[in-house]
Design a protein around this ligand. Structure first.
Ligand code: PLP
Length: 377
């Protein structure tokens, strides 16, 4: 069994994807071909924002947003402690100090009350200037922007939505990657909407920022003349081939893949509801795009042994994430290592992600849940 079955997806979409790639090869417009603009328009429409700027990957997308806001040394950027490294790496790359904040035990997402406490503490200490919040849509579930946005407004902080895992999720019909002042996503192959290599995108309604982003992702070019470089930028573009792969994939995502991962999640919920496992919680009004289906093991279950037992039955599982951000070696000895994140520490020891993708069958889910239930019983 595959953890995320990209081969099966390719089998289903092969004709469209092969034709799209062949078209790029025949046109030889490998960089900034027309498919890139077409994709940006479709992504912006889907998300419901004015501007979509594609780029090289989801990490660059966050860095480009930080550059646009002038995030720099002396700034504090608040980041959930339970996330993929990029969420904190990018503000640190710009010289800022990530301040790690604990998450909610059931949704895995940034805890708005603890966020406010952390902002107050940084203000009181006076060493750093609170500048921005990176909220992460972990495992496909949008963070609680109804609570996070007012905290950002109260303290005058910019809000970045790291939607690398969140594309396709929503809150009361408002779609993920529209919640930040700038929002970002990743098209890494295993993300909810993935390409066949690296890729990313940035979303915003702000015209000025959009123009700035279009400049800094191509060497700081001026809007009029590509060979007039008016600022220092990066080289971070989505290849035309990747845009051609994403066009039919976005169509499948909208048509059925998002529904199908939600059906798979329902089947998992149903099969596992009367066990000692803690299941992922999707609050009222929220929709997840299920980048991961992550359960929490009760005390006394040895996770490594369980994984080995499942692997022996050809059932792959993953641990996202084994280590809190504030304990990562890169932050050792820095102020980022000072964090009060007990929930994250427990989650890192107890979470287990099960196979999840739109092409899972009822049989696959029965196989996984029977094996899991058999082991924990
Ligand atoms: C994958 C991921 C990123 C980085 O995306 P890349 O395209 O791999 O650079 C950033 N944030 C989160 C939460 C992610 O899961």
């Amino acid at each position: 069994m595959q953890f995320r079955d990209l081969k099966k997806q390719y089998e289903v979409l092969k004709n469209e994807i092969d034709a799209g790639i062949a078209e790029v090869l025949a046109s030889a417009k490998f960089i900034s071909g027309p498919q890139v603009k077409e994709l940006e328009k479709k992504l912006a429409d889907y998300v419901g924002v004015k501007h979509c700027i594609t780029c090289g990957n989801g990490t660059d997308a966050i860095t480009l947003a930080m550059m646009t806001w002038g995030v720099d040394e002396g700034d504090a950027v608040f980041v959930p402690d339970f996330t993929f490294f990029s969420s904190g790496e990018c503000p640190a790359f710009e010289g800022a100090t990530p301040i790690y904040v604990d998450v909610d035990k059931r949704t895995f997402n940034l805890d708005a009350e603890k966020l406010e406490e952390a902002i107050k503490k940084v203000k009181e200490e006076g060493k750093y200037i609170p500048k921005a919040v990176v909220a992460v849509d972990l495992f496909g579930l949008p963070a609680d922007y109804n609570k996070i946005r007012p905290v950002c407004e109260k303290y005058g902080l910019l809000l970045l939505e790291d939607g690398a895992q969140g594309f396709g999720g929503s809150i009361d019909g408002k779609v993920a990657c529209s919640f930040g002042d700038i929002s970002t996503t990743s098209f890494f192959p295993a993300k909810p909407l993935g390409c066949y290599g690296d890729g990313g995108a940035i979303f915003t309604d702000n015209d000025e920022w959009a123009e700035y982003l279009r400049s800094i992702c191509v060497h700081g070019k001026s809007a009029e003349d590509k060979y007039n470089n008016v600022r220092i930028g990066m080289n971070s573009r989505l290849d035309t081939v990747q845009a051609a792969v994403l066009l039919p994939k976005l169509e499948a995502f909208e048509k059925y893949e998002l529904d199908d991962v939600n059906k798979a999640a329902e089947m998992y919920d149903e099969a596992l509801k009367d066990t000692c496992l803690t299941l992922p919680l999707i609050p009222e009004g929220f929709v997840s795009s299920w980048a991961q289906y992550t359960v929490q093991l009760p005390e006394g279950v040895n996770r490594a042994d369980l994984q080995a037992a499942l692997k022996a039955k050809d059932i792959p599982t993953m641990v996202y994430y084994p280590k809190p951000m504030h304990l990562q070696g890169a932050f050792e000895g820095t102020d980022s290592a000072e964090a009060d994140c007990g929930v994250t520490e427990v989650l890192c020891d107890t979470v287990l992600s099960l196979p999840m993708h739109p092409y899972l069958t009822e049989n696959d889910i029965k196989e996984v849940t029977d094996a899991l239930k058999g082991y924990i019983a």
